[in-house]
Design a protein around this ligand. Structure first.
Ligand code: EPU
Length: 427
């Protein structure tokens, strides 16, 4: 078993480059199915979730060529089955995008119910509601979702909850439907705009992405395209949180500063100095941290995917901070782990109250999910002494070369194989 071993308490200095956005890539790669042609996708992050979705497409008959370490060429002409294999799919939340993409291409899709990080009930009722509005029917059998339509026809779909996944999945199913689909109360995340731009570059007609009303006029055919994925807002935010917690002066490159505004605003409130450039952001933390309150909301609100990392920073702020988690039911499972490092946090339902402490002290902890794991890294970098993080496969689902990138900033972090190596030998 591998763990991350961090010898914390060192300030971070230097430059880090951000990879392509995970949550855009996991939708854009399946979207390539719609083209029945060759798509070249650039700035693809080299992470386990991307490898998994690419393998699923390969198993279905797609030919995938790695042009270089961040460019994939997907030839989906020979996919002739709308069924995605159970074993690969069930571990991945984002496998639900195969439903929309296969439905769009074949009017039929059979995909395992999604897996992924476990932080509360993760229904797909809004996705299915959208597919039904377009004329599809669905059955759940043997752990698989089976969706099919004689013919997909555009329609109005009002989402009862603002859902990133449902918005993107309905877009995927609707791009080749007959007539106009209107998604109301749509999610507005940057990766929704990215998917719309990719679909449009393949010949689709999607307008309004980035607002809460998206209009999709169905087209008869789509063609291959070359497209570059946007930078990962949450990966960038995680490095910003890391320097906020550990102190120092770093520049985060290859970002879109506008996508980081809600994170920047909160870090500034905490006393972190931030300078924005065209495609980079400098983050300096010299002064003690001030408390602040956070409420997670769909974009442009503060992203739930940054909530655990920012909580790790607030553990070291002066005074009491309150976090209100408004998106997921159970996203405080990391709190118990942060307590092992000396954090003082209490949780009541969707609210966490953090009493800032003078220092955190290293300890063995577990990554409970992807962003919970990122929070352990942020806290471990700031903590005095050694923090060992278990279950790092969660972290590696979403962060490309996190160890190397942090080492580049001067952090003392290593990936160590246990049980052979004891911590003492590793250091
Ligand atoms: N919801 C429903 N019904 C649905 C769909 C969602 O009730 O049919 C509820 C969910 O239970 C949740 C809320 O709506 O309370 C928002 O869920 P959403 O559908 O927006 O989430 P998602 O699409 O499943 C994506 C990201 C998550 C991120 C959320 C919110 C991917 C693959 N996942 O999930 O990312 O937390 O949006 O921004 O894009 C992560 O990267 O760590 C991660 C978990």
């Amino acid at each position: 078993m591998d763990k991350f071993v961090i010898n914390g308490g060192r300030k971070l200095h230097g430059d880090v480059r951000i990879s392509g956005a995970k949550n855009a890539a996991v939708a854009i790669i399946p979207a390539a199915i719609l083209a029945e042609d060759i798509c070249r996708i650039e700035n693809v992050p080299n992470i386990n979730d991307v490898t998994s979705i690419a393998r699923i497409l390969q198993e279905m008959g797609a030919v995938i060529r790695m042009v270089n370490k961040s460019t994939l060429e997907i030839d989906s002409r020979h996919i002739n089955s709308p069924v995605a294999s159970y074993d690969l799919v069930r571990h991945m939340r984002a496998s639900y995008y195969l439903l929309g993409a296969l439905l769009g291409r074949f009017s039929h899709a059979k995909v395992a119910l999604p897996g992924g990080c476990n932080f509360g009930v993760r229904p797909i009722d809004q996705h299915l509601k959208g597919f039904m509005a377009l004329g599809a029917e669905y059955k759940l059998e043997g752990g698989m979702v089976n969706v099919s339509a004689d013919h997909l026809t555009g329609n109005n779909v009002y989402l009862d909850v603002v859902s990133v996944g449902a918005t993107m999945n309905i877009m995927l199913a609707a791009v080749k439907a007959d007539g106009m689909t209107v998604i109301e109360n749509a999610a507005r995340e940057p990766h929704i705009v990215d998917l719309a731009n990719f679909l449009n570059s393949m010949g689709a007609d999607v307008r309004g992405a980035g607002t809460d009303i998206i209009k999709i006029r169905g087209v008869k055919q789509m063609k291959g395209a070359t497209y570059s994925i946007i930078p990962d807002q949450i990966e960038a935010g995680t490095y910003m949180a890391a320097v906020a917690a550990a102190g120092g002066d770093i520049t985060v490159h290859d970002v879109i500063p506008k996508h980081l505004e809600s994170i920047t605003a909160k870090l500034e409130e905490m006393g972190v100095e931030i300078t924005e450039y065209d495609e980079a952001i400098r983050v300096v933390r010299e002064k003690p941290l001030a408390k602040c309150n956070i409420k997670t909301m769909p974009h442009p609100g503060f992203p739930t995917d940054m909530q655990p990392q920012i909580a790790a920073v607030l553990c070291l702020a002066d005074g009491t901070s309150i976090i209100n988690e408004n998106v997921w039911d159970n996203r405080f499972r990391y709190v118990e782990e942060l307590r092992r490092l000396g954090a003082q946090i209490s949780v009541d339902g969707k609210i966490a109250v953090i009493e800032g402490v003078k220092e955190l002290v290293g300890a063995p902890v577990k990554a409970m999910d992807l962003r919970a794991g990122a929070a352990m890294v942020v806290a471990g970098l700031a903590a005095r002494g050694v923090t060992e993080i278990e279950n790092i496969e969660y972290i590696e689902r979403g962060y490309e070369n996190i160890v190397e990138k942090l080492q580049g900033l001067g952090a003392d972090i290593r990936r160590v194989y246990f049980p052979e190596a004891s911590v003492a030998q590793a250091l």
